[in-house]
Ligand binder design. Structure first.
Ligand SMILES: Cc1cc2nc3c(=O)[nH]c(=O)nc-3n(C[C@H](O)[C@H](O)[C@H](O)COP(=O)(O)OP(=O)(O)OC[C@H]3O[C@@H](n4cnc5c(N)ncnc54)[C@H](O)[C@@H]3O)c2cc1C
Ligand code: FES
Length: 1259
């Protein structure tokens, strides 16, 4: 394909963009799900006869674009539109300067989506933007807005002209600084691609396993298909590409007809005919044109198709995926096939000796992924009919875990036609996807309803009949059997209501900075100002270098992992004979090849570098294959044969409610009992429990390491890691050399979120055994690296009549996976956050670590805090329900100044201020009243609000980690090089450190540079984690700079009118050391679990958020309408970066608690291994109104320049928003799931919500 080094297209190895030096398009998933690889294609439209044929520009996922399909197509990558050295494109400039780029790994893709949109529409609307970014993940950042424009935007887009301005807000950027966008200045289409003769040629490409044929006429295509009936017809490659990459399919012959021969499109008297290779985007545009120009009664079917297309994949996929490809894939969960079936579309199948018309009815799909077309046939076209003039109504539905770009759980289309002037059903078609191995028509039910009037009786009959007809075996693939069956009825009910009604008759995200620099702060002092992320411009142009962008070394080799397919087993034998005979293979590596120690682990050495005799999870690294290219190494790794003797497997925590049996081999217990002081007697008590699922980090850049050997046993490693020093020491241990021979260098990471704190060391130790490069594919990364710990908690609360909880006892059980890793510290933090922000006089917490046969779970943003807090929110809700009070009343009993778990003192306490500010800014009372009114007026959708406070302890709980170092050099030209122990993963740490150095040294940031983090400049660094890095490293940088300032002071005093360069020069010639190292250790820390005494955190970070959520009671779909966050970050070092981080943390929490779900088979096999099956929040999941405000005037004396670190993911308020919506809403459904079904509560999936909402069918 076009993107990715050595990634294969359908059998044809594509050189990709890296070897030609184009590193901007990133490979984030290789399955069209993340958009990091987006490029723009430009081609001449079909009409070759025209002298100046029109051009079409469209965005595509390079990872699925076969190179062979790009003949005469211009490819524009992010490098082609602008660069830092020359001119930035307006899109690149805006995304960077408006703080839209954090880790930057997917920024080039986002830039290219926007660029392609602008090439087609110079002044896009907000809807166009939504459409262009549909389905794109929000993992690292929210790019729809960087904050207030400061009055620079034109028209009604500016809050200052449309009246929504917040007078307290400080602009985060000034739009007046931007170079205006001029669409006439874009790159032209290369004239050499316009040569007509070339465009009418048939083509043939030979690969090592596949022949790619591009016929240039329909006749040629048919004759080739006759000759090669087994050949695959490839148009968009969005299905075939996935089969080749992930299902190891090899197709010897590919037929990819030239674009113009059957992308036909014409109207006939009964409808519009679309050529089978017509892209979904083109079809969408044509149908929209028809809807705009034709009478409504003619376009009911078109509207249904458009409704379905709205939720079909993302724009890049729709730009290439063909209508024929969707039909012929014959997926049982195809979104379009139910619509075509319900509409009674015709399709043309063509044989070489003539055509035949095939009706889309119950005989078209003959079995799982099979159709009535014969192997020699191709699909030529599809007719989508006009709806009838008599009353025909049609609707389409798609129910999926995530609204945008997700696989359907159930998809449906329904069409009803009434007899003239009556409400009697004349014709009814109900088609469903997701209910059988094929798309099906509910023919019996339809027949039963013919002739009946559209009313209550018909509804009852339909429901009884559908319940009988749409059955599913309990073991049906896809699970959720009850939910799916219920959906068939509720979707029909939605249709019923819509038709009944017919028979009778701006999104924005805004963030405010309430924190301002003090009056009088000098303009040159950048601390506290919204300085752009220092790499933002390079990230926006694709010039920022990530680990895998480092050019290939001469003779460089590639390493692919050999991993276990069994969760728990003895390895009986390993057969590498086939693998070593494969092309390009250099060697295989196993445990006996580890030169030093094979035992490893970040804290205790309970893991092996390479499995030795036994595997304890699927994905356990057994060995590796080294070859000349990535594809050769990966192919050979799959050819290694391993025989196992399986052992009993434990996957889940398995604590029953009666017997607290823990499935740990060695359950570790830590207890946290800081207070048992109150003599108050509780007037009520309650016992409850809850499960919380895990979470995948889904950093956009997967784990990657490049090892370069040097002399004397030295090894230089380029690693994407949060822990340079830990990587160094574990690699040294594995190689059997001293740490001083190992140099670990980290330039930047494409996201980390804790996933690169300890688990990266495993890959790095393997890679370091040879001079090789290895970047994990997304599916491998998800399989091998583990994620957030799933938790189970049992609790008892005692409470007073006023809602105050006075006693709390919680036992937490965490699923550690197959090794200890950081699980103990994660559990400790969960315990320290067991009260969240509430005041509880008597508490006891116990933690049990349960070892299972899953890949080791590890650090994840929040590090146990979210697990601890969500349980607190659960008992708050329980208490409120028991007392019949709003949950907000119970939440009102917050911890106060001077009281708090995990440390005796809550000083600089701002939680109450955050709470009041949040209520005020969210118009809580008015919105709550409006929601009540809404709920009275609407039966099937309900709204709820909730406000949730959080309090997060800042410091590593392991005391020794609370230290940091820095090294600052001043060169003779006055430029400054800063190095510190923290790593940059998009969180803006380097930017903040430069701001700190700038203030202390008194020089502009343009004179200061941070190149990388490396173990030979600052040794023994702590991981960049625990939210503590800007505090620790900032203080170390401050310390080093202060030393230098003092050394320069004599030269300043001697020459007060001189400049920085003069003083530096004078000091140099006076033989003054212009290099200093700095150090910082957080004072007065230390908590003793035995005595439960001491101070575990230096201080707390506070925040409050209020969310309003709407739930569709018929399907369980929920949407976050508004969220207001107020966060105390002290005197922010950089409000733009802090706001971006709070937004990101909020969205990550929203994903954790409402969307993301890992699925394992009972045998411990991870089933969700990419964006196709594991859904993180997309752009469309951002609340329609998201406001983040930083609390003003809240200095924090404990950290650098009175700042505070930002927050971590919290239980999003909308997790509890239903508290004000009695019955059928979020909160009761959460309650229901939790108490009665024992379903892991987060995420609040649709089926869980609906199972409550549908308590009593339609009543
Ligand atoms: C990220 C992503 C998101 C997706 N989202 C959705 C979604 O929301 N809903 C949904 O329904 N699907 C979805 N899909 C599936 C897929 O995109 C669609 O099915 C698409 O329409 C396939 O079209 P294509 O041109 O890319 O097919 P290709 O991959 O080119 O071909 C698919 C199959 O159809 C056969 N074929 C194609 N044309 C013909 C023809 N004219 N005659 C005979 N056989 C033919 C091919 O031989 C092949 O077997 C998604 C896929 C990806 C990768
Ligand atoms: S890498 Fe192409 S979409 Fe993710």
């Amino acid at each position: 394909s076009l993107c990715g080094p050595g990634l294969t297209g359908p059998g044809l190895t594509g050189p990709g963009l890296l070897p030609v030096g184009l590193t901007g398009s990133k490979l984030g998933c290789a399955e069209g799900g993340c958009g990091a690889c987006t490029v723009m294609l430009s081609r001449l439209k079909g009409d070759q006869q025209s002298l100046t044929p029109p051009l079409s520009h469209y965005s595509v996922n390079a990872c699925l674009a076969p190179l062979c399909s790009l003949h005469l197509v211009a490819v524009t990558t992010v490098e082609g539109i602008g660069s830092v050295a020359q001119t930035l494109h307006p899109v690149q400039e805006r995304i960077a300067k408006a703080h839209g780029s954090q880790c930057g790994f997917c920024t080039p893709g986002i830039v290219m989506s926007m660029y392609a949109l602008l090439r087609n529409k110079a002044t896009p609307t907000m809807d166009d933007l939504d459409d262009a970014f549909q389905g794109r993940c929000t993992k690292a950042h929210i790019t729809t807005d960087g904050g207030c424009c400061g009055g620079g935007a034109s028209g009604n887009g500016c809050c200052r002209t449309n009246g929504t301005a917040d007078t307290e807000a400080t602009p985060l950027f000034d739009a007046k600084d931007f170079v205006p966008f001029d669409p006439t200045q874009e790159v032209i289409f290369p004239p050499e691609l316009m040569v007509k003769t070339d465009r009418s040629q048939s083509l043939c490409f030979h690969g090592d396993r596949t022949v790619w044929l591009q016929p240039n006429s329909l006749e040629e295509l048919l004759s080739l298909k006759w000759k090669h009936p087994e050949a695959r017809v490839v148009v968009g490659n969005t299905e075939v590409g996935i089969e080749v990459k992930f299902k190891n399919m090899v197709y010897p012959v590919i037929l990819s007809p030239a674009d113009h021969i059957w992308c036909l499109l014409f109207s006939v008297c009964s409808g519009i005919i679309f050529g089978a290779s017509c892209s979904l985007s083109l079809m969408e545009a044509e149908l929209r044109r028809a809807v705009d120009s034709l009478p409504l009664h003619q376009t009911q079917v078109f509207l249904a198709v458009l409704e379905q297309l709205r939720w079909f994949a993302g724009r890049q996929i729709r730009n290439v995926a063909a209508v024929g490809g969707n039909i012929m894939t014959a997926s049982p969960i195809s979104d379009l096939n139910p619509v075509f079936m319900a509409a009674g579309s015709n399709r043309d199948g063509l044989l070489s000796d003539g055509s035949r018309l095939v009706q889309m009815d119950s005989r078209f799909f003959t079995g799982y992924r099979r159709t009535a077309l014969r192997p020699q046939e191709v699909l030529v076209s599809l007719e989508i009919p006009y709806s009838k003039k008599v009353r025909q109504f049609m609707s389409a539905f798609k129910q999926s875990p995530r609204r945008e770009d997700d696989i359907s759980i159930v998809t449906a289309a329904m069409s009803v036609t009434f007899s003239p002037d009556t409400s009697l059903v004349e014709e009814l078609k109900l088609s469903y996807g997701g209910m059988a191995p094929t798309t099906v028509l509910a023919e019996r039910t339809a027949k039963e309803l013919i002739g009946r009037p559209w009313g209550e009786e018909l509804l009852q009959a339909a429901c009884s009949s559908l319940a009988e007809e749409m059955t599913l075996d309990p073991s049906a693939p896809g699970g959720m059997v009850t939910y799916r069956r219920t959906l068939t009825l509720s979707l029909f009910y939605k249709f019923y209501l819509t038709v009944l009604l017919k028979l009778r008759d701006q999104v924005w995200v805004r963030s405010d900075c309430l924190s301002e620099v003090p009056q009088g702060q000098h303009l040159d002092d950048v601390v506290g100002r919204p300085i752009m992320h220092l790499s933002a411009l390079k990230q926006a142009t694709g010039e920022a270098v990530y680990c895998d962008d480092i050019p290939l070394y001469e003779n460089e080799l590639y390493l692919a992992l050999v991993t276990s397919t069994k969760a728990h087993a003895h390895i009986l034998s390993i057969d590498t004979s086939l693998a070593v005979s494969m092309p390009g293979v250099v060697c295989c590596l196993f445990s006996e090849d580890v030169p030093g120690s094979n035992s490893t682990g970040p804290i205790v050495y309970d893991e092996s570098v390479l499995a030795d005799g036994q595997v304890t999870c699927v994905g356990h690294i057994i060995g590796a294959v080294v070859a000349d290219t990535q594809s050769h190494a990966q192919r050979a790794a799959k050819a290694v044969k391993i025989q196992y003797e399986e052992l009993p497997t434990v996957v889940t925590i398995q604590v029953t409610s009666h017997t607290p049996r823990v499935t740990s081999h060695t359950p570790k217990v830590t207890s946290h009992t800081p207070k048992v002081t109150s003599h108050t007697t509780a007037s009520g008590h309650y016992s409850g429990d809850m499960h919380m699922g895990g979470q995948e980090h889904f950093y956009l850049e997967t784990n990657v390491t490049l090892a370069v050997p040097k002399e004397d046993g030295e090894m230089e490693l380029f690693v994407s890691t949060q822990s340079a020093s830990k990587t160094q020491s574990l690699v040294a241990k594995a190689l059997g050399v001293a740490s001083n021979r190992i140099l670990v260098r980290v330039k930047r990471m494409g996201g980390g979120f804790g996933g690169k704190e300890s688990r990266t060391t495993i890959l790095s130790t393997v890679v370091a055994m040879r001079p090789v490069r290895c970047m994990l594919d997304r599916d491998e990364d998800m399989l091998v690296t583990g994620g957030r710990h799933p938790f189970y908690a049992k609790y008892k609360v005692g409470f007073l009549d006023n809602g105050q909880v006075v006693a709390l006892d919680v036992s937490y059980y965490s699923n550690t996976g197959n090794s200890m890793d950081l699980s103990l510290s994660v559990m400790e933090r969960a315990l320290f956050h067991m009260e969240n922000s509430y005041s509880v006089a008597n508490i006891r917490g116990r933690g049990f670590l349960c070892r299972t046969n899953l890949p080791s779970n590890t650090a994840f943003r929040g590090f146990g805090g979210p697990q601890g807090m969500i349980v607190a929110e659960s008992w708050v809700t329980d208490v409120a329900q028991r007392l019949g009070r709003p949950a907000e009343e119970v939440r009102g009993h917050r911890a106060g100044k001077g009281v708090g778990g995990g440390g005796p003192v809550l000083d600089q306490f701002t939680l109450d201020r955050c709470w009041d500010e949040c209520l005020r800014r969210s118009d809580y009372k008015q919105r709550r009243a409006a929601a009540h009114l809404y709920n009275r007026q609407n039966r099937w959708t309900k709204r709820g609000l909730a406000v949730v406070p959080t309090k997060f302890g800042i410091s590593f709980t392991a005391v020794f980690l609370n230290q940091a170092g820095a090294l600052v050099h001043i060169y003779t030209d006055g430029s400054v090089l800063v190095t510190h122990g923290g790593t940059e993963m998009g969180q803006g740490l380097h930017t903040k450190m430069v701001q700190v150095a700038s203030r202390v040294l008194g020089v502009p940031i343009s004179k200061i540079h941070i190149s990388e983090t490396s173990t030979n400049t600052v040794p023994n660094t702590s991981p960049t984690a625990a939210s503590a890095s800007s505090d620790l490293n900032g203080a170390a940088v401050h310390n080093a700079c202060q030393v230098l300032v003092e050394r320069l002071q004599p030269y300043r005093s001697a020459n007060p009118k001189g400049c920085w360069e003069d003083w530096v020069s004078a000091a140099y010639f006076d033989r003054v050391n212009l290099s200093a190292n700095g150090f910082y250790r957080t004072p007065d820390l230390g908590y003793d679990f035995n005595s439960n005494c001491g101070r575990v955190f230096d201080y707390y970070s506070y925040g409050v958020a209020c969310s309003e959520v709407e739930v569709d009671c018929l399907t369980g779909a929920h949407k976050n309408l508004r969220t207001t966050v107020v966060m105390d970050v002290g005197h922010s070092l950089n409000p733009a970066i802090d706001i971006g981080q709070v937004e990101g943390a909020f969205m990550q929490g929203l994903g954790l608690f409402t969307l993301e779900e890992l699925h394992y088979s009972p045998k411990g096999v991870l089933l969700t291994r990419g964006p196709g099956s594991y859904k993180i929040p997309a752009f469309g999941d951002i609340p329609s109104h998201l406001t983040v405000s930083l609390l003003r005037d809240a200095p924090n004396a404990k950290a650098i320049f009175n700042s505070k670190v930002r927050t971590e993911p919290r239980p999003p308020p909308h997790m509890n928003s239903g508290s004000s919506v009695r019955n059928k809403t979020v909160q009761t459904s959460v309650e229901f799931c939790k108490k009665r079904q024992n379903i892991p509560v987060p995420p609040v999936l649709e089926f869980q919500l609906m199972s409550v909402c549908m308590v009593n069918l339609f009543t």
